[in-house]
Design a protein around this ligand. Structure first.
Ligand code: PMP
Length: 449
């Protein structure tokens, strides 16, 4: 073929002439109106309202603070050391030299990534070692790891049940559980937090219309620091021919004598639970999620769960860090004991100071109710100025009357540190609450911004 695409000399000249006289339309000019911003307008409006309220109240933004080292019982932000209560580093294993060394060794051996899905491009021995160790925590036949804890719930719940099935979950369930349930297409019902009578009533009504039923709960609730009655849940699941799934994100390393979670805490056989879920990001100093259960369940997920099959395997240093954390947890159960003693101590001190700690059982999560979002935000700000880093949990994350300061305790907190902070809290909260807010003045300032 000629280099003129088969056109004669004349035809080519005509075509070039036509093209050179055609008006070039600027693509920007062609768009009649600006595009609406992506995302949900009501969410953007809520975020804007919270930001402007914070500015009007003169509160420094408590989100996305940059920690300059390992965030443990203390942390350094902007060069200043704080007592720290915002980390899930429950057993102080993130930053442990042995965990760091295991991660570094894995990098030297395997590199920083496995670059593709394990099903197609193969796994590393450390993947299976970690999964074996995780399965052993639950006396389970097998386990499988995923690259995100959130994605684990979404992909697994979305893949285990579907149209015609029923999911009943606790109303305080983590977003990842709700997203998985929505994706599955199953009928979804939320039962009031930890209200197992209501769960029974809901199952009695809805169970018969569904093929399969899945009950999903958490082993330790991260907002309230309370736990479900696992023995009763197992009995309910059995009675209603339902499967039971338990999210152990905040239970592993925290509950039970050896940190094995809610089953150990409640003294029940972990094999009675169909699907154990957990994350590698908290006690295990890594990132990712896991499922433990029967060999058939794990095999099904290994070969077909979209978030596993179509996603990269865990990076070797992350798998190694999690495995080493599990080893240390087993070898040093005193860490778990210390965390539990610290949690109990802090809860008792807060209660003794007359603070409302909600239903917390006082292991690693202690909320301190403030009665309003404004008091929570101002108290957190005042504490930050005084060298204490704690997150305010405000509306819309919780109902307005459930606003709180949420304390995460670790095995590394010092007894004196916990006592000092608990003793100071009452004064700080009372202090900011006493400085009543003139809401009309606040609204005026927000409008003026
Ligand atoms: N489940 C629960 C109960 C959680 O609290 C979280 C995160 N805090 C997740 C799942 C998601 O885990 P990850 O942050 O490791 O993705």
């Amino acid at each position: 073929m000629s280099d003129s695409f088969g056109l004669s000399g004349d035809a080519k000249a005509q075509l070039l002439g036509r093209l050179s006289t055609r008006r070039v339309i600027d693509p920007v000019e062609a768009v009649p109106e600006p595009k609406a911003p992506l995302g949900r307008p009501e969410v953007a409006a809520d975020l804007d309202m919270v930001r402007r309220a914070g500015e009007a109240l003169g509160i420094t933004n408590p989100y996305f603070r940059a920690h300059e080292g390992v965030a443990g019982a203390t942390t350094v932000i902007d060069g200043k050391t704080y007592d720290n209560f915002v980390s899930y580093n429950y057993l102080g294993l993130n930053g442990d030299p042995r965990v760091n060394a295991a991660a570094k060794d894995a990098i030297d051996r395997y590199g920083t990534s496995v670059s593709a899905s394990r099903i197609v491009s193969g796994e590393r021995p450390i993947h299976r070692e970690l999964e074996r160790a995780l399965a052993d925590i639950y006396d389970a036949e097998d386990a499988l790891t995923f690259v995100s804890g959130h994605a684990t719930n979404v992909t697994v719940i979305g893949h285990l049940v579907g149209r015609g099935d029923l999911i009943v979950h606790d109303s305080l369930s983590h977003n990842s559980i709700v997203q998985g349930a929505l994706m599955s297409g199953a009928q979804r019902i939320a039962f009031p937090h930890n209200d197992l009578d209501e769960l029974e009533r809901m199952l009695a009504t809805a169970r018969s219309g569904a093929d399969r039923a899945l009950i999903v709960v958490e082993g330790h609730y991260s907002m309230d620091g309370d736990v479900p009655d696992l023995a009763r849940l197992i009995a309910i699941a059995r009675r209603h021919r339902a499967h039971l799934m338990v999210d152990e994100a905040h239970s592993l390393g925290v509950l039970g004598k050896n940190g094995h979670g809610i089953a150990e805490h409640c003294g029940v056989d972990p094999r009675e639970v169909d699907v154990w879920m957990g994350t590698l990001s908290k006690t295990l100093s890594g990132c990712g999620g896991y499922i433990a259960g029967s060999a058939a369940l794990i095999d099904y997920l290994r070969f077909s769960a979209p978030g596993f099959v179509y996603s990269v395997g865990l990076p070797p240093p992350v798998a190694a860090a999690a495995l080493e954390s599990l080893r240390i947890m087993a070898a040093e159960p005193e860490r778990v004991a210390r965390l539990q003693a610290n949690g109990a101590r802090f809860l008792a001190a807060c209660r003794a100071a007359g603070l409302d700690t909600g239903p917390s059982i006082g292991t690693a999560i202690v909320p301190v109710m403030t009665g309003s979002s404004i008091v929570a935000a101002r108290a957190a700000d005042a504490l930050f100025q005084a060298g204490v880093n704690v997150q305010p949990i405000i509306y819309p994350a919780v109902p307005e009357n459930g606003a709180r300061l949420r304390f995460f305790i670790s095995s590394k907190h010092e007894v004196g540190q916990l006592a000092t902070v608990a003793a100071r809290l009452q004064d700080v909260i009372a202090g900011v609450a006493a400085h009543g807010i003139d809401l009309s003045q606040l609204a005026h300032k927000m409008v003026a911004q």
